[in-house]
Design a protein around this ligand. Structure first.
Ligand SMILES: [Zn+2]
Length: 304
């Protein structure tokens, strides 16, 4: 049977060169810098590289920027990369209740999503019932933190142009099959939401848990096992506009992006500088790469 070709566009390849991505990745590894400082370094670096963005705001682990009508989420640290990969993995399974994640760069450094108008406090008051219905539906398959009905979480919700609402940040998402969500009182006590989907409650002893405390129990290794590789979850593009054989399970879904090879002298210089700066500090990166060198090698390889 003849292969059907389909044309795909990569916004990451259009705006981020491999060298720029490497610079951003190195910023996420800057020791001694707060995530606020890293966010500032990233914005400075984007401006130096003439990326036409406007800032959207910063979360705990990621910086949001707007380019060409799309939101880009740039990781500020390892957790931010995990967050991007989590959202990329689960976005299609929870449509239309969460933002669409269209594209992600290797390791989850940059993700491209649809751009929604963020809720005001009044929007939140007006749409609380709708939010509750959505969370009820989603909670059959997933536990999601930081999106419950409170005056603190409403900025994690927004509008599409057609008036539908969706969650903007849903990285604190776990499959309910995930076995860590039991109470310390009994292995059989599986935690459930409270009525506003803010805390988790033990049905046996009534103890309440925050998502933050639950999330801390998940090790990096368990994260990796759950998320797996992003390489088989979408098209792999090497050009901003590319014709690829259609893969039906990726339609009309979202593309994984890989970068093409380019002159790396500048990159090599940066890597050398960074190694020197941290020669005393032996880094152990648990995100599928055994060391700093292995992670760098993986970035470079992905630009083939
Ligand atoms: Zn209990």
């Amino acid at each position: 049977m003849e292969e059907k070709m389909t044309q795909k566009r990569s916004l990451i390849l259009q705006y981020f060169t491999p060298d720029l991505l490497t610079k951003l990745w190195l910023i996420t590894k800057t020791s001694g810098a707060s995530n606020n400082e890293r966010g500032q370094m990233i914005k400075d670096t984007l401006r130096e590289n003439n990326v036409p963005f406007s800032p959207l705001g910063s979360g705990t682990n990621r910086l949001g920027i707007l380019i060409d009508g799309y939101a880009f989420k740039i990781a500020l640290d390892d957790d931010g990369m995990i967050d991007n990969r989590r959202e990329f993995l689960y976005t299609t399974k929870i449509q239309p209740y969460v933002i669409k994640v269209y594209e992600i760069s290797p390791m989850g450094l940059v993700a491209v999503t649809e751009y929604l108008t963020i809720f005001t406090y009044d929007d939140y008051r007006e749409h609380a019932d709708e939010m509750r219905d959505i969370l009820k539906e989603v909670s059959r398959s997933f536990l999601i933190g930081d999106v419950g009905i409170t005056g603190k979480n409403y900025v994690n919700w927004g509008f599409r142009d057609d008036g539908t609402i969706a969650m903007l940040d849903f990285a604190y998402i776990y499959s309910v099959k995930y076995k860590l969500f039991t109470c310390s009182c009994s292995d059989d006590a599986i935690l459930d939401y409270d009525e506003d989907f803010v805390k988790l409650i033990c049905p046996l002893c009534g103890r309440r848990y925050t998502f933050g405390s639950i999330r801390k129990k998940v090790t990096k290794k368990q994260q990796e096992e759950e998320i797996g590789s992003i390489d088989d979850q979408g098209y792999i593009l090497r050009k901003p506009l590319e014709s690829v054989p259609e893969i039906i399970q990726y339609e009309p879904k979202y593309a994984v992006v890989k970068k093409k090879k380019k002159e790396l002298s500048e990159t090599k210089r940066l890597i050398k500088e960074h190694r020197k700066a941290m020669k005393a500090q032996k880094e152990e990166d648990d995100y599928g790469y055994s060391s700093f060198d292995a992670a760098i090698e993986a970035i470079q390889k992905s630009y083939k």
